[in-house]
Design a protein around this ligand. Structure first.
Ligand code: GAP
Length: 512
């Protein structure tokens, strides 16, 4: 099936099987806010565990943190979020729809590039050109749409770099970019809109002060830099990692859990000696991509993407993009943040945030390499990668369609499903005994309803990698069958070896 047709199916699959529900659904939902259901919560926790193991457990020089969501309001002044954490927005005066001006332009560039690729492929087919031939590459670079895409892109980068909102609007007007909803080209001015959610601390209106829900977890790490460094006695280079909620009042919140107003980040700030940032940036860029590949994301669905415009605090930034059904999009950012954040907090708080380097015998503000991955986007990437529709053999020798989530075993919500073949002849008692023993090791489920074929389909649809069936032979020789979700092959194994076999399959050593 076409990869882009899959997205609506994945969204309804998530709802049908209890992975993700719209928030407050009985009140018609809340825009771009979602709840994770019983299976979604498990998958999410398993991704968090994988990240925590890879970052904290596997690195002696990375420690964890769990800082508060609410922080002193000056934190966000120092970090630059109060003044600069905004999106350039444009309204369509006819449809009354609001868009991010940068997104409208990027989508226009993507369309031009897709058109030029299509045209090149058509020509190549006719002329017999290979994709790596000079003819192919020359035609791809020089056709009308490709050249136009390049010009628009250059003007766009210039406008972003100079922060010129009028120039962004000019690109939209000159290229006759239309409102995707109504086709109208009647646009307002472009304005900046701050994305932070404001709330109040204190009960009495007059005494209350404005505070913000954190838009990133990173600042909790920066303000605790010395607390953690001193109490953990870490020496530079070392990192602080944390997983937690972040909130952004996204204006254009679309694409399911890809862009939400409440989401989770898994971030790590790695504190280094100034001057070593290039080396550590390259290290973490590679390590983070490897993490996704080790967890089963195919290399062909990942790519690096260099930022068009660097944030004011960064001297290098690249994204790791995943090929979502709607294109290659950011899943993780690797940022070289210099000494900006610690320097600003030192300035605004008046407290020294320096590290005494015993080797150099001097104090300095460390530089920082940040790795920041969206938990929800990683979840979505795994779902998109795992969701498969295929034909499976039936007991009577025919075939039927099955939907299967080919999730890595360590991420799957249930690891093992245990079935008695029938609800009689003492089979349920044996199956329950196996279930009750194995649940100490991993999350298991017990199911005795419907035919075994139907039970297999139910487990395939939620990604359970192994199904154990207790049948009449079990009563005779203490063996069961274990079925592999992906190959659908069954193997007969003794009951006393179940635990050893399952634990071997669930060993983090085989993944990280
Ligand atoms: N501390 C750096 C930082 O927050 P970012 O690129 O703004 O950088 C990091 O965010 C990651 O957080 C992104 O790569 C993405 O995976 C995730 N993310 C950002 N905004 C999001 C949103 N509205 N919904 C879901 N995930 C989001």
């Amino acid at each position: 099936m076409n990869y882009d047709e899959i997205f609506p199916k994945i969204i309804s699959h998530c709802k049908e099987y209890g992975f993700i529900f719209p928030s407050s659904e009985i009140y018609d939902g809340l825009g771009a806010v979602y709840d994770y259901g019983q299976l979604g919560a498990e998958l999410k926790n398993n991704i968090k565990t994988a990240w925590w193991k890879a970052m904290v457990q596997m690195h002696e020089n990375v420690v964890g943190l769990d800082s508060a969501i609410l922080m002193h309001p000056t934190v966000w002044k120092a970090s630059g979020h109060v003044d600069a954490f905004s999106d350039p927005l444009i309204d369509n005066k006819d449809s009354k729809k609001r868009y991010r001006a940068d997104n409208l332009i990027e989508e226009y560039i993507d369309k031009l590039q897709a058109k030029s690729l299509k045209e090149t492929e058509k020509k190549a087919k006719k002329e017999g050109w290979e994709p790596d031939s000079e003819n192919y590459q020359g035609f791809l670079k020089n056709n009308r749409d490709a050249k136009k895409a390049q010009t628009v892109y250059e003007n766009y980068v210039k406008a972003l770099e100079s922060g010129d909102l009028n120039a962004l609007r000019d690109i939209i007007i000159e290229n006759e970019i239309a409102c995707p909803e109504s086709g109208s080209r009647n646009w307002s001015e472009v304005r900046q809109f701050n994305l932070m959610f404001k709330t109040q601390l204190g009960a009495v209106a007059g005494d209350a002060s404005d505070i913000y829900l954190r838009p990133e977890t990173a600042q909790g790490i920066f303000v605790n830099f010395l607390n953690v460094q001193k109490t953990s006695r870490q020496k530079i280079p070392f990192g602080i990692a944390q997983i937690g909620k972040a909130f952004r009042n996204e204006i254009v919140a679309r694409q399911f859990i890809f862009r939400m107003r409440e989401f989770e980040q898994m971030e790590m700030q790695f504190f280094i000696k100034p001057g070593t940032q290039k080396e550590w940036f390259d290290y973490w860029k590679r390590a983070r991509r490897e993490f996704h590949e080790k967890l089963g994301i195919p290399a062909s669905r990942l790519q690096y993407h260099e930022h068009e415009k660097l944030a004011h605090y960064a001297d290098a930034a690249e994204d790791i993009q995943f090929q979502f059904p709607f294109g290659f999009k950011e899943m993780e950012g690797i940022h070289s943040r210099t000494d900006y954040d610690l320097g600003r907090h030192q300035e605004f708080s008046g407290k020294k945030l320096q590290y005494f380097d015993p080797e150099e015998n001097k104090s300095y503000i460390p530089y920082v390499i940040e790795t920041s991955v969206g938990l929800d986007r990683t979840f979505l990437a795994h779902l998109c990668n795992a969701y498969t529709e295929e034909l499976a053999p039936t007991a009577d020798g025919g075939q039927e369609e099955r939907v299967v989530l080919k999730l890595p075993a360590l991420l799957a919500p249930y690891k093992v499903a245990i079935f008695p073949l029938m609800k009689k002849d003492g089979l349920p008692e044996i199956a329950e005994k196996i279930f009750k023993d194995l649940r100490y090791d991993c999350l298991c489920t017990y199911d005795e309803k419907d035919s075994v074929g139907k039970r297999y389909r139910r487990q395939d649809a939620i990604g359970t990698p192994y199904c154990i069936t207790v049948d009449h032979q079990t009563a005779e020789d203490n063996t069961v069958t274990i079925r592999d979700r992906d190959t659908m092959q069954q193997e007969r194994i003794p009951i006393h070896r179940i635990r050893e076999i399952i634990l071997e399959k669930l060993d983090w050593r085989n993944v990280l």
